[in-house]
Design a protein. Structure first.
Length: 237
């Protein structure tokens, strides 16, 4: 009996000590290749700033597709990417916003992928790029704040704690629309989703060594991998 109890105790201890096991989709989901891909919005550029990992190390920006006009863009992403027009810059106090509509959340993949806007973009065409973004997940409640400077850095709440009911979940048909904006006003930097400020901080949170060089710079769109989304109302005020 003692041996059985000892074995049971050891098994529980090992289970608690072991790292969490996530579904295979979270461990290395393959980035799709979108037919007829490329950056097809006049004047715009695209880039994969992420460090691609197996099985996606051969992906290039033209494996995704962005088409339409700045007033109404359709993005079908394979690898994750940023999209911007070098003429779109913001400085001082400003708000960058866009409305994102997913026709079918998780239509082909096993979990939701986020999308949103970025600001403070500098040297985006180089390995020294810097920018910050705020994204929403179509499954609802979750958002993501992150930056490149040029390495990835986190600001605001940790990813597991970035939860707000303002982020909408897909309806019964699998569709969802999110209004996302990022603002700079004086020393304050904020992200608003569907009319609710989900995070507000200061420039010290996002500017500095290994972060942004400034909140001034290019602004644009950030989309995760394997996502279909329509973007309207994109602009600065």
């Amino acid at each position: 009996m003692r041996r059985l109890l000892h074995a049971s105790t050891v098994a529980v201890a090992l289970a608690l000590a072991a790292p969490a096991v996530y579904p295979a989709a979270f461990q290395g989901e393959a980035d799709r290749v979108v037919p007829g891909g490329g950056v097809l919005v006049q004047g715009w550029k695209g880039k994969i700033p992420d460090a691609l990992r197996p099985p996606n190390t051969e992906r290039v920006i033209n494996d995704s597709k962005i088409a339409g006009t700045p007033a109404s863009m359709t993005i079908n992403s394979g690898p994750p990417a940023i999209y911007w027009n070098p003429a779109n810059t913001a400085s001082g106090d400003y708000t960058v916003k866009a409305t994102f509509t997913e026709p079918k959340v998780m239509s082909a993949m096993s979990h939701a992928h986020p999308y949103g806007v970025f600001i403070g973009g500098n040297k985006l065409d180089t390995a020294e790029q810097s920018f910050i973004y705020c994204l929403a997940y179509g499954a609802g409640n979750r958002f993501l704040l992150r930056g490149f400077g040029p390495a990835v850095f986190q600001f605001g709440p940790p990813r597991a704690e970035a939860i707000n009911q303002a982020v909408k979940a897909a309806d019964a048909n699998g569709s969802v629309t999110q209004e996302i904006s990022m603002s700079v006003k004086g020393d304050a930097v904020s992200c608003t989703i569907n009319g609710t400020a989900v995070w507000t901080g200061t420039k010290a949170n996002v500017v500095g060594a290994g972060k942004l060089t400034s909140t001034d710079g290019n602004f644009g769109i950030r989309v995760s991998h394997n996502t279909d989304v329509n973007v309207t109302g994109f602009g600065k005020s």
